[in-house]
Write a protein that binds this ligand. Sequence first.
Ligand code: SAH
Length: 225
Amino acid sequence: MRIDILTVLPEMIEGALNCSILKRAQEKGLAEIYLHNLRDYSTDKWRRVDDYPFGGEAGMVMQIEPIDRAISALKEERTYDEVIFTSPDGERFDQPMANRLSMLGNLILLCGHYKGIDYRIREHLITKEISIGDYVLTGGELAAAVIADAVVRLLPGAIGDEQSALSDSFQDGLLAPPVYTRPAEYKGWKVPDILLSGHTLKIEEWRLQQAQERTARLRPDLLSD
Ligand code: SAH
C-alpha cells in the first residue's frame, strides 16, 4: 500500500513514521509512505500557502492552489482509492475504518492547518473526511500519523505474530484481556494461576471471559452496538 501525506509540517510526522512497526513495514516493502511539503507547491515567492479568510473572520485559511497542484501531481502518477482530509467534523476514525483502509492500494492524506482549508477543496477534491476524536488539534499532522499507524500495522506481515493484531482490542468487538510476563510473582503480586496451568483450552476460556467482563465494565457501549 502507498500513503502520500500532504502537510506544511513534514517534520512533525517524520518521527512517528520512522520507528518500530511502521519503519519495519516500510523496510519490508509492505507500505510506502511519502511526505510532501505543501510549500513546495506554492507559486508565492515566500512559499506561502495560507491567506486571510473572506468575510473577515479571525485566523488564516489554507489556499486552494498549492493543495490542488500537489494532489494533481500525485494523481498524474497513479490513481488513488481515497483522497482523505483530516478534520474534526469528519467521520470518526475507529478500528473497522482502519481495517477497511488497510485493504486499499493508494491513499492521499491531507493535513489541514490554521483555521482549516478553503472549503472548495473539500467540495471538489476530497473523497473522505476523517476525525480522530471530538477535540481540536492545531493541525492534521498528528491525526495523519495516527491513521497511518493504525492502518499500516494491519498489513499482513507488518506485525511478527499475525494473531497479535487480530486479538487486539476492538477487533472482535471486545476489549483485550489482561496480559502478563515474567516474573510470575513480583513483590507478592501474582499472575493469575490459570495462565501458568498450561491448559490451553481453559486459558482461552479465561481470556474470553476477561475480555467480556472488561468490555461490560469499561465500554458497555461496545456490547450494545
Ligand atoms: N476551524 C476548524 C479546526 C481547525 S484545526 C474547525 O473548527 O473545524 C486545524 C486542522 O487540524 C484541521 O483543518 C484538521 O486538518 C486538523 N484537525 C484538528 N482536529 C482534528 C481532529 N480531531 N481530527 C482530525 N484532524 C483534526
